[in-house]
Design a protein around this ligand. Structure first.
Ligand code: BGC
Length: 767
């Protein structure tokens, strides 16, 4: 034992060296050979064990509950173990006490940070800055890896066009092009060029596929998507992750066109493996194998195991002793005996999992160096990037009369009222997928503002209204106890206190939106209206007439139609992460300039949902204005278009040109446009390129994003931004010919600061 401890110590001292050595021995060939050799030694039970992934929820479970199973080789992977000592404890059982000493693979949802929390993915997408997204995920990976996590269930790349769906917060929004860029950037950030390298994780794209199109925006509900929607809209971010080398895919919960994604041969075989050549392994979503029975798809749990394995799910994720889970562990041995599943099928799944374990260098480095963990967490460098990320993710929606930025030390602002249920919340700065950080390290808006303006300015807070914290019971384990609701008397008093505070202050910062658990998994809403009595508070405070800034902390677009004509400045901060309060204060007082753009179309109200910019035009509006796609009671245009966002300066676009008026099929066209900062402050603009194919074998959307670049411009500075429209940008999946086509047609091109860009030109593609 002592000898072993010494060996471990020596190994941990030389961690980087051994990891390098581990890497050197993990060429593809080598990995396959080692996996095959190990596979040859395994019993059927041990093989089935490798396909079994279980949750470990430390608040509910004791390690002793899982140790016997690990010792017997019945568990191949655990998720939700975030304590490094517990990771080592479980790993020791696997690599020292199990017959074949196969290490466990520890996975966790490292979605937008681990101890340092970055803005939620929808916010990160609002930065339109893939390099930033890559750096943020590199840090998230470094922090999680330091704690012993080797695999993240991210990126979540589901396209979402319905903000009622709570999980819209986890992805990059509505657009396949932006979604694909964000997807690839995240894979690079997590995995680097080698997921076994120090500070890296294995990434897992999810939820394959179509999960974001849940009927009515109800999480887990069926999705019905045409091939055209799948190939042109929902698949591209997944394909981008595969092209970036993602090591794992998670199957989705819902059914796609009546076939559950976890038993879907079209998705998992035809598209993922055959078309895209995905070489990694597939894990089910939690209990989604057993759930094939709930779907009315599999006859029973054993049938569910057959259907999922046959479709291509290699590992089953389940809750221990869940009523529906562990279909593989419970049934596969018997199914092999009965001949309903072949050993070859099981071997293929096991081989892919063992290959991942070898590739990650787990056999060389199974343990985590507990003594070094803390030094990797919440470092000043990580916090600084979280602050920059929150600044760059914010979207300025309105700035009437250039109220913002405020000037520090302005004698006219000697008192600030911070008002609203999100104004002094550390917790809600983080967002729904933050299960490993210490929420006390988050900076609230109130704290950020106080820090920014210093002791010379009086900053007071009033919550104004309370909102119910409602979340699925399991999340209460992480969220803590629900605060008691206010009494009627308290409600009245707090509301009046907030209005009085607004009246007695020089400036009001209203902080409204959503508690963190109001979006995310199982958090669908039937409406996007402001929850609770926030709208009333907004109206009452606005009526006071003081200069007011509305800061939104939320995970989805909300109905702010009332505010857009009445509150002079509106800043969408989303759930901005650990440094959110500081970043918001930086933006309000001009130490940072907003440059983010919306990754979603912002509806005027719930009745417009679904609404997205890349729709087809089906009726000519000019000829008969009443007979077009429209509502009688509301404009069809959104409140804010996709790609929209203001700065503290202004930009002008000119000189849009194409390299050739006519291109042959397969040839590229270069597009360039000049962007000038026409204001008096430095700022950043996201130059966007949209196209429209005028005719073809199928109709194409009125606008499609095909290029963007976030550029910094000094006052008066002009830059030329260049884009390439090549075959990938000019090709689409046509439901008329059931395949990818590039067609001879006229193309419109637009460049500008959002999807309503007016500057336009055309070119033709000819045979
Ligand atoms: C979610 C996944 C997540 C998994 C593990 C599931 O309920 O759908 O996104 O990765 O749990 O936490």
């Amino acid at each position: 034992m002592r000898k072993l401890k010494c060996l471990l110590l020596i190994l941990s001292l030389f961690m980087p060296l051994t990891q390098t050595l581990g890497q050197a021995s993990t060429s593809r060939d080598d990995v396959s050979k080692r996996a095959a050799a190990l596979l040859a030694k395994m019993t059927l039970d041990e093989k089935i064990g490798q396909l079994n992934q279980l949750f470990f929820l430390s608040m509910l479970m004791q390690p002793e509950m899982l140790e016997p199973g690990i010792r017997e080789g019945k568990i191949g992977s655990l998720l939700f173990v975030t304590d490094p000592a517990t990771i080592n404890r479980f790993q020791k059982v696997a690599v020292e006490q199990s017959r074949l000493k196969i290490p466990l693979l520890f996975g966790f949802d490292v979605i937008h940070g681990f101890r340092t929390v970055f803005p939620v993915p929808l916010a990160m997408a609002s930065s339109w800055d893939p390099a930033l997204v890559e750096r943020a995920q590199t840090i998230a990976a470094r922090e999680a890896r330091a704690a012993g996590i080797r695999w993240t269930f991210a990126p979540m790349v589901d396209i979402a066009r319905d903000p009622r769906w709570g999980r819209i917060v986890e992805g990059a929004g509505e657009d396949p092009y932006l979604g694909a860029k964000m997807s690839a950037a995240q894979v690079r950030g997590f995995q680097g060029s080698d997921p076994s390298a120090p500070g890296r994780l294995l990434a897992c794209m999810k939820h394959f596929a179509g999960y974001g199109a849940a009927d009515g925006g109800r999480d887990y509900d069926s999705a019905y998507l045409s091939d055209s929607q799948l190939y042109n809209v929902y698949f591209p971010p997944f394909k981008a992750a595969v092209d970036a080398g993602v090591g794992c895919t998670m199957s989705a919960y819902m059914n796609l066109n009546d076939v559950p994604a976890t038993g879907n041969v079209f998705l998992l075989q035809d598209v993922l493996r055959k078309d895209w050549g995905f070489k990694g392994f597939v894990v089910s979503d939690a209990d989604s194998v057993g759930n094939l029975v709930t779907h009315g798809f599999a006859a029973d749990k054993a049938d569910a195991a057959v259907r999922a394995l046959t479709a291509g799910v290699d590992m089953e994720m389940s809750l221990p002793r869940s009523p529906v889970g562990s279909a593989y562990s419970d049934s596969l041995a018997q199914l092999v005996k009965e001949g309903r599943v072949t050993t070859a099928q099981i071997d293929n799944a096991v081989r892919r999992i063992l290959e991942a374990k070898f590739k990650l260098g787990l056999f060389e480095n199974p343990y985590v160096d507990v003594s070094a963990v803390a030094s990797h967490h919440n470092t000043p460098e990580h916090r600084q990037l979280a602050r920059v990320a929150a600044q760059r993710s914010a979207v300025l929606l309105r700035n009437e009369g250039n109220l913002l930025p405020l000037v520090k030390g302005d004698a006219k602002v000697s008192s600030v009222a911070v008002i609203g249920p999100l104004g002094d919340s550390k917790r809600d700065m983080r967002g729904p997928w933050t299960l490993a950080d210490d929420r006390r390290t988050s900076v609230s808006v109130l704290e950020g503002i106080r820090e920014k303006v210093g002791p010379g300015v009086k900053v007071d807070y009033a919550q104004g209204v309370d909102m119910d914290r409602v979340y699925p019971s399991i999340f209460a384990l992480f969220g803590g106890p629900r605060p008691a609701p206010w009494s009627e008397a308290q409600k009245l008093a707090e509301f009046e206190k907030a209005v009085a505070l607004a009246r007695s202050s020089d400036l009001v910062v209203l902080v409204l939106g959503e508690y963190e658990e109001m979006s995310g998994e199982a958090a669908s809403h039937s409406t996007i209206e402001l929850a609770g009595r926030q709208r009333e508070l907004l109206e009452a405070v606005a009526a006071v007439g003081k200069p007011a800034v509305l800061v939104l902390i939320n995970g989805r677009p909300l109905d702010i139609s009332w505010a857009v004509n009445r509150v002079p400045a509106i800043l969408e901060a989303w759930h901005p992460g650990s440094e959110g309060g500081n970043a918001i204060a930086d933006l309000i007082w001009g130490d940072a300039t907003p440059g983010g753009k919306l990754p979603v179309t912002w509806p005027r109200s719930s009745g417009q949902i679904p609404i997205y910019y890349a729709h087809n035009l089906t009726q000519q509006p000019e000829s008969a204005p009443e007979f077009k796609s429209r509502y009688w009671d509301m404009p069809t245009s959104p409140l804010y278009p996709f790609g929209y966002g203001l700065s503290y300066t202004t930009f002008a676009y000119s000189n849009l040109r194409v390299s050739k008026a006519e291109a042959k099929l397969g040839e590229s066209v270069e597009v360039s446009v000049d962007v000038e900062n026409t204001g008096r402050r430095a700022g950043e603009e996201v130059a966007q390129l949209y196209i429209h194919q005028r005719s073809g074998s199928a109709s194409r959307p009125v606008h499609e994003l095909k290029g963007f670049e976030r550029i910094a411009l000094a006052p008066g500075e002009k830059k030329t931004v260049r884009f390439t429209l090549g075959k990938p940008e000019l090709t689409y999946w046509s439901s008329a010919v059931k395949g990818w086509v590039q067609e001879a047609a006229t193309f419109d091109v637009w460049a500008g600061g959002d999807s309503t860009a007016a500057l336009t030109t055309t070119f033709r593609v000819v045979r």
